[in-house]
Design a protein around this ligand. Structure first.
Ligand code: FMN
Length: 312
């Protein structure tokens, strides 16, 4: 059985990795991911300046997942570019992902120029979907703003690029966003970011579980799974076949990984379950994925990737 997968021209030994935001803030975190069973890793979304993020409590474990309002705490883009250059030089055969997020539309172009000028040749993920920075909307809910950002970005950037998207809920949104994405030289999309602006209440105190934004926060974990499957499937049906999909959201076991691939994902990311379980989640998910594949008679990911059956 082989678990090899591809995003653009990059090959990975297996399709399971962290999602940006969990176990990826510092060089030590990233080194630990790189040495783990994961097929690749991605950095925390870096912003132009380092950020401390929102006041605590800003993460809570829920019965079926998590709520977070971290507010993009990170060490700043320079830190992650330096890490990426150094790691790449030491491990040229281990491709990985650099995530970046803008505080304003112009930030994306500034960051793209910096990465373009660096020696990093891996995959850059432009996060257009963070729900947790007070006063900043999730850019990719605005089709025109997204198109403008991508237009400016691809004038200065020609390295492999991915776009992290928020969850969409209406087929017209998939049509509109896919039409825009298809016009740009995008290597992959990543669906989905957290379900933005959920609210959870502590029954003992009638109080919100997180402090920022009056308790509103991004929801991850099992709550996100059906939405993630639908987003991966809907984009796979609409995007140019050369644009790969990273499926993120709701992964708790190997069958969840299998289903995201069945919907069209080439790579699968895990946030909440990694946060709850630690790095041991990767060998567990890999073993469970192989069981799910064997049960269905598959020996490689391409045997079933994108081959969801529907009822006719
Ligand atoms: N997504 C990003 O693109 N950039 C981030 O910096 C980021 N930070 C996160 C921090 C935490 C604590 C969590 C739980 C999620 C964060 N996310 C971020 C979203 C995750 O990458 C992921 O898209 C989302 O949680 C859904 O996956 P899950 O169901 O496995 O949690």
């Amino acid at each position: 059985m082989t678990l090899t997968t591809h995003i653009g021209s990059f090959e990975f030994a297996n399709p399971i990795m962290n999602a940006s935001g969990v176990h990826c803030l510092s060089a030590q975190d990233l080194d630990e991911l790189a040495a783990s069973a994961a097929g690749s890793f991605i950095t925390k979304s870096g912003t132009l300046e380092a950020r401390v993020g929102n006041p605590a409590p800003r993460y809570a474990t829920l019965p079926y997942g998590s709520i977070n309002s971290m507010g993009l705490p990170n060490k700043g883009l320079d830190y992650y570019i330096q890490y990426a250059e150094k790691f790449q030089a030491a491990h040229p055969d281990q491709p990985f992902f650099l995530s970046v997020a803008g505080m304003a539309p112009s930030d994306y172009v500034t960051m793209a120029k910096q990465i373009q000028a660096s020696s990093f040749t891996g995959l850059t993920e432009f996060n257009l979907s963070c729900p947790n920075v007070p006063g900043k909307p999730q850019v990719a809910y605005d089709v025109e703003a997204t198109e403008q950002i991508l237009t400016e970005l691809f004038k200065v950037f020609n390295k492999p690029a991915g776009i992290k998207l928020p969850p969409y809920f209406d087929l017209a949104q998939f049509d509109a966003m896919a039409a825009v994405l298809n016009r740009f030289p995008i290597t992959y999309i990543n669906s989905i970011n957290s379900l933005g602006n959920g609210l959870m209440i502590d029954p003992a105190t009638d109080t919100t579980l997180v402090r920022p934004k009056g308790g509103f926060g991004g929801i991850g974990g099992a709550y996100a799974k059906p939405i993630a499957l639908a987003n991966v499937r809907a984009f796979r049906e609409r995007l140019r076949p050369e644009i790969s999909i990273v499926g993120t959201g709701g992964v708790r076991n190997g069958r969840d990984v299998y289903e995201l691939i069945l919907c069209g994902a080439s790579m699968v990311q895990v946030a909440t379950t990694l946060q709850e379980e630690g790095l041991g989640v990767f060998p567990r998910l890999l073993a469970e994925l192989q069981v799910a594949m064997a049960e269905n008679g598959h020996t490689s990911l391409t045997d079933f990737q994108g081959q969801l059956h529907t009822i006719t």
